[in-house]
Design a protein around this ligand. Sequence first.
Ligand code: MLT
Length: 409
Amino acid sequence: MALINENYLKLKAGYLFPEIGRRVNEFADANPQKKIIRMGIGDVTQPLVKTVLKAFHNAVDEMGSASTFKGYGPEQGYAFLREAIAKNDYNNRGINVSADDIFISDGSKCDTGNIQEIFGFDNKVAICDPVYPVYADTTVMSGKTGVCDEKGYFKNIIYMPCTDENGFVPELPSVKADLIFLCYPNNPTGTVATKEELKRWVDYAIANKSIILFDAAYEAFVTDPTIPRSIYEIDGAEKVAIEFRSFSKTAGFTGTRCAFTVVPSTLVAYDEGGKAHPVKPLWNRRQSTKFNGVSYPVQKAAEAIYSEEGKKEVKAVVDYYLQNASIMKQKLSDAGFKVFGGVNAPYVWVKTKNNMSSWDFFDLLLREAGVVGTPGSGFGPSGEGYFRFSAFADRDSVIEAMDNVTKLF
Ligand code: MLT
């Protein structure tokens, strides 16, 4: 008799974004004339920039010639890309990250989920509430939790509420957490963490022998120079933190797929006897067994982001989305909404009007304004009564969507 992984039965029926897609498609089928503006899932709309596209094409051509053809690549990713990342994202900014500690992958979503596998079942996992649903769902899938209660909280997960009252900055957990997911700039609230706030977490992790799983997928949106773009800007983080980064939102790679994870050689976790083991060889073992890497043309395309031209072109795209966020924030604030995020981040987080539930607000906006966003409650119980708009959209659509929404109130 084949047995299922019963942890999957503990999950809510569908993952958040496909569930939104399902509802939107249902509405679109019933209302074929209605224009729908999609600001739900954070999926980019601007095309790959010229320099990236050229490198991509050239690399595809290389694959068509016997003398330059590539088969399996190095499991950690090609050195040319790992070295470009180490130099440009870290070393040139005074951050000590070695190319040897970088693992190229096909996405931060995959990596933040897959990383769970190299850690024991008995780890207590702490996550913010609301949170990017992948952290909670993969913690459940990996067997580290009990069942979900009626409020939507899984037993054995340590939830750290992020609310208007605490400025969306979580308190340190009162019970000991072994693995701590943090995401800054934050998805979904669009808020950022200061150096001092991140230092509290690094100090906590050092004191408790915990590991911080730091999702920095949106670091390119930070324009304030005082806000850290990497956890490794904090002294000691190299001993207690793994960092996840992605080219999806920064360079339009959501469909192209390329990301990376930094697992410092100095990072350790412990066996049951309390003996320390470096984590990097475990991740290397996992990746080299289960993953054959990102294609050569995609890695060449990603490398081109770090050329002088590539940097300028990509920055212009990031600025475009940031300008969208700023327009959204302004229009929603002018209409009397309580608005968070949208600065140093591509997400705008709003309190719904008239105490509407997140899903009621979703239905209203879809039906009356033809606008799709993401219900805050989909990110966790503390997101109830909030709503997320993504700035990854075309400018005209952003303006039209905000006008349609604000007209309703
Ligand atoms: C989001 O909308 O939260 C993200 O686009 C989802 C993702 O990156 O997987």
